[in-house]
Design a protein around this ligand. Structure first.
Ligand SMILES: [Zn+2]
Length: 137
C-alpha cells in the first residue's frame, strides 16, 4: 500500500482533533499549518500534520514537567504573594523572558493552562517564522 502524502482539510482536521473552520482561519492568517493549493482544493502534507501533533504533545509534556519543577522553585508562591491569594490549580505561571529562574514579579504572568499552551504555541510559530531569536520556555 502506498502511504498517503496529502490529506484534505477535513482529514487534517480529524487528525488534529480540530474543526475544519479552525484550519480555514489558519489559512487566512497564514499561520498554523502549511498547505498546498492544487487547482482550487486545499491539501495538507501528512508529514506537516504529524509534526504539529508531535510538537503539541511535546509542549504538553513539558508544561506538566515545568509545573512540577516550578512548584519546587516556588514561583507559584511568589505569584500568590503578589496576588494576595493562593493560585488556583487551573492557573499557571509563565516566565515572560523565558528564564524560569527569574522570579521577579515583572517576569511572571499568571494565566490559564489553555492560554499558556496557546502562548507557547504562538511563540513556537513565531520562532519558526524567525520572528523570535530562540524558543522560549
Ligand atoms: Zn510559559
Amino acid at each position: 500500500m502506498v502511504e498517503k502524502l496529502l490529506v484534505t482539510d477535513i482529514e487534517a482536521a480529524k487528525m488534529l482533533g480540530v474543526s475544519v473552520s479552525l484550519l480555514q482561519g489558519w489559512r487566512q492568517k497564514e499561520t498554523g499549518l502549511p498547505y498546498l493549493k492544487i487547482m482550487r482544493s486545499v491539501r495538507y502534507r501528512v508529514s506537516d500534520v504529524k509534526a504539529l501533533v508531535e510538537q503539541r504533545s511535546t509542549e504538553k509534556a513539558r508544561a506538566i514537567e515545568n509545573r512540577i519543577r516550578g512548584s519546587r522553585r516556588g514561583y507559584r508562591e511568589v505569584a500568590a504573594k503578589t496576588l494576595g491569594r493562593r493560585l488556583k490549580p487551573t492557573e499557571v505561571v509563565h516566565h515572560i523572558n523565558g528564564d524560569r529562574r527569574d522570579n521577579r514579579n515583572c517576569n511572571l504572568l499568571i494565566c490559564t493552562d489553555d492560554y499558556h499552551r496557546w502562548l507557547h504555541w504562538r511563540m513556537s510559530l513565531a520562532f519558526q517564522a524567525k520572528l523570535l531569536p530562540s524558543p522560549l520556555s
